[in-house]
Design a binder for this molecule. Sequence first.
Ligand SMILES: [Zn+2]
Length: 400
Amino acid sequence: MARSTAHRISRPAPGTSAGGPRRARQAPTSSALPWLAPQLAPARQTGTARTPATLDDRALVELPKAHLHLHLVGSMRPSTLAEWCRRDGRPFPDLDLDAGGWPRFNAIYEAASASVRREDDLRRLVDELVEDQARDGARWVEITADPSNYHGRIGSAAHVLAILLDAGRAASARHGVAVGWVICANRSRRPDQALELAALAAANASDEVVGFGLANDERAAPTAEFSRAFGIAREAGLAAVPHAGELCGASNVAEAVHLLGATRVGHGVRALEDEAVLSLLVERQVTLEVCPTSNLALGVYEADWAAAGPEGAHPVERLRAAGVKVCLNADDPLLFGASLLDEYRFAQDALGWGPTGLASSAAASIDGASCPERQRRRLRAELACWAAAHGASLDGAPGF
Ligand SMILES: [Zn+2]
């Protein structure tokens, strides 16, 4: 799985600093995001020159952007999880990922998923997720969800999807963030379940159900086993947006493109291990949904860059420099403690991205979004205004 698991991770206590609105306008600190502490020291000077004027949170929130890689359950607020655990007499899961790696991550995720017991829980989960995106300045969010996870508690996958769509509409109207859904198959389950989900997604393809994904442990099953499911989804006009190149290497990214028809890849960062795969991503204009904090927390890359050296550091800047379209995403804020806004702060404070680099990520997110074209045009126009106001150049940015 991970190339390094050397760094240690401590999670904040529930309801204190991880996720939720109270962290919205606070800079990440070593106590809030301990695995980012090494990078939040003096910023590295990378391919994007740092400008003297560091953008404040208001400017980062106002940056028009889309959030393309965000899991429904992984976005649960810790305070909500604690409340539901109390309600149901369940123990609050220890959110400490320290030394647990992927199996620990999966166990916490399953515990959070099991806490969603009722239709009202689903509706609240969606509403709070969208409210948190509004707080961070996302204008379009694609929520990744597996509606088959609630069978026996809330209902069939089709019933759950109908609830999610309705909740998404209500939350969108309430918080002013447009919502799309990515129906996501599970690589650790049988491929015929992926076929059923693909058929459900295809039957609901619309401006709301916009994509089909594949998540969980990349090592669990060969990519080819999911080709038919992705074929059904693509045939219905859905975007193919599987995870790849996180726990496995560059060849999995190539397979996602060749076998699943991926136009975006969740993570994909390990494409950097093979120049031919990098060239493939550039040639096919594939967008990578990069989630730096997730990668550091799971040990995909070394948290201590000084110890890791250039080859061990998180590669988002190197991917961008190679011409790959990359946008920043949060993945699972519940587990990693970082919101979308935190990821943009990270890029500025740890990677040294100035307004041009940050605007480039926003442009890639808008370019790669499965939103209606009228919204894409509007967001691009708003991004151009933001760039002019903050001295950012959009020359060569995706879609410009
Ligand atoms: Zn993910």
